[in-house]
Design a protein around this ligand. Sequence first.
Ligand code: NAP
Length: 248
Amino acid sequence: MFRLDGRIVLVTGGSRGIGRACCEAFGEQGATVVVNYVKNGETARAVADAIVAKGGKADVEGFDVADSSAVNAGVDALVKRHGKIDVLIANAGIVKDSLLWRLKDAEFEDLWATNVRGAIACARAASKSMMRGRWGRMVFVSSVVGEMGNAGQTAYAATKAALIGAARSIAREYASRNVTSNVVAPGFIDTDMTVAFTAEQREEMLQGVPLARTGSAAEVAAACLYLASDEAAYVTGHVLRVNGGMHM
Ligand code: NAP
């Protein structure tokens, strides 16, 4: 189950964390994985090399998702190399925490540009090939805070909530082309993004998690893999929570 042989998969922000785990999971299921990054080209190349070393197929395409022209050029280039794109994992994201009264416009704009405009620009660029192929899977990586909110994360949570509206609109718009569009909403996952939490912050956070532990990037990748599979053909516009019960 969940094999993706012959599928071309673009994972934005595939160089680290959840994106990297997605690249590894998709590589193991027979897909050709295109690892996107913005700064860490060497790390992205190492992710691709590790997939190839295990007998899989992988490639690297660096571009800044916040730059629409770069997105279009990057997606065009990978479609030229591989002939198509079947699956988009819109995972690239940044976090900037701030209490509302301290929130700077520039911080909000950065978050919006990467987390929302970036994901939508990638979807728009990838949709052309998916429509031509009459098969496609889009998975947007949101967050538990997009649904439940979090003090100090007004702008970040707003961007993650926006992805749910975007994914559901795309789900309605592209269903007739056999393209599904879903959301994965992770909880507290151990990656570079959460490494800065102090022991006290972790402890406090975990008090709200019935499963009483952090999640792994691999556990989020498994949800993305399911939504990208043939087995999930009848699932669209769904928000799949991977949060240990933090929000139900
Ligand atoms: P991470 O470890 O910080 O990795 C972020 C990835 O995104 C990196 O590959 C980075 O590339 C890439 N990236 C950042 N800005 C980009 C841009 N403008 N264009 C292209 N790539 C860009 O983050 P993570 O924890 O794996 O998070 C992945 C996603 O899950 C994010 O959308 C995040 O909001 C969401 N999420 C995470 C958690 C969590 O607890 N970790 C919880 C809920 C949701 P470089 O390596 O080149 O910098």
